[in-house]
Write a protein that binds this ligand. Structure first.
Ligand SMILES: C[S@@+](CC[C@H](N)C(=O)[O-])C[C@H]1O[C@@H](n2cnc3c(N)ncnc32)[C@H](O)[C@@H]1O
Length: 312
């Protein structure tokens, strides 16, 4: 699998060293390992890195991509028995990042100089066959990053009522949220909507004459379902109150989001922390990818990076 889908193009890769001030011995927490681009940048600057990911497939790929001289210690918090050596180089933790504070405490890990959360799925997860994220292939509408989650995208389409579906699509800025919800509820009485193709055809039919441009008409609906299945906004809300306690004084936390709703959560949280003199936003406006980055890949065009520093 790893060989056929290119490595995820990491937003702001190559820029973290300067933004965070990576140096040998710097203690970095990568909450979203993915294909390991950010972790690798930190490791190669001499940092000691703890990386989280909820998807075992992502962990395997990251280990494949990161140079072999960095040998990770892989921890499954459900089964952990060994102590983490004080002078570790790279620890990978198989877990949802919402549990980070509890896990860091139980493993007696020291505080961090820098933390990164690069939200959403990786390109690999979206393009990988059988996961149900993409409208370009016909497959079951699954969309779970973590197979332990109980509810798939098809389940949501089957059980949510018209109002709930419309609200869900609204969150991803779908302009036709209401008519789409109405048609989905009608359509599912005839046939259950269980595949990416079925859903993408329904959306395309509703939006056919109203939408122009390069973006596929089903983009927002697929994004809305993915965010709901993986509880993405709930996870961010659950994570952020723990960030200050994980940081050393003067440490930096960064969050990369790809959706305005997520960016708003981070912006408001940083403002609240600034008022309490706990974190100070480094950039008032989010940092966007450079022209150089966008020339290499358009994938990160909607990425926004907010950074904040813990008060000393
Ligand atoms: C955008 S990718 C990160 C890419 C990575 N920064 C890189 O440079 O390759 C996001 C990764 O975070 C993981 N992820 C998403 N939500 C998570 C969560 N709540 N807890 C742990 N991992 C999560 C996904 O499985 C995915 O592998």
């Amino acid at each position: 699998m790893s060989e056929i889908i290119d490595r995820h193009f990491s937003a702001f890769k190559g820029e973290l060293t300067k933004l965070y001030g990576f140096k040998p011995g710097y203690h970095f927490l990568d909450l979203t390992l993915g294909d390991g681009g950010h972790t690798e940048e930190a490791l190669s600057a001499g940092c000691r890195v703890v990386s989280f990911d909820v998807d075992p497939e992502a962990i395997k790929r990251a280990i494949d991509f990161v140079p072999k001289k960095y040998k990770p210690l892989i921890i499954d918090p459900e089964q952990v028995t060994e102590n983490i050596p004080k002078a570790f180089t790279w620890v990978i933790i198989k877990s949802n990042f919402v549990k980070v504070a509890e896990i860091v405490k139980s493993l007696a890990l020291p505080k961090f100089d820098g933390i990164m959360a690069d939200l959403g799925p990786s390109q690999y997860q979206v393009l990988s066959p059988g996961r149900g994220f993409s409208f370009s292939v016909d497959e079951p509408l699954d969309m779970r990053l973590d197979k332990n989650l109980g509810v798939t995208a098809a389940d949501l389409l089957a059980v949510l009522n018209e109002g709930e579906l419309s609200d869900l699509f609204d969150i991803a800025d779908e302009p036709f949220a209401k008519p789409l919800a109405r048609i989905i509820v009608k359509q599912r009485q005839i046939t259950p909507i269980v595949t990416t193709k079925q859903l993408s055809e329904i959306v395309s039919k509703v939006k056919r004459f109203r939408i122009q441009g390069k973006i596929h008409p089903a983009t927002q609906v697929f994004m809305a379902l993915r965010m709901a299945v993986n509880l993405e906004r709930d996870n961010i809300r659950e994570l952020i109150p723990h960030l200050p306690e994980l940081l050393n004084k003067g440490g930096v936390v960064g969050v990369i989001s790809f959706h305005s709703g997520e960016d708003k959560i981070i912006k408001e949280y940083f403002e609240e922390m600034e008022n309490k003199q706990i974190l100070r936003a480094i950039n008032k406006k989010p940092i966007e990818p450079s022209d150089k980055e966008l020339q290499i890949s358009q994938r990160t065009r909607s990425a926004k990076l907010r950074l904040a520093k813990k008060y000393s």
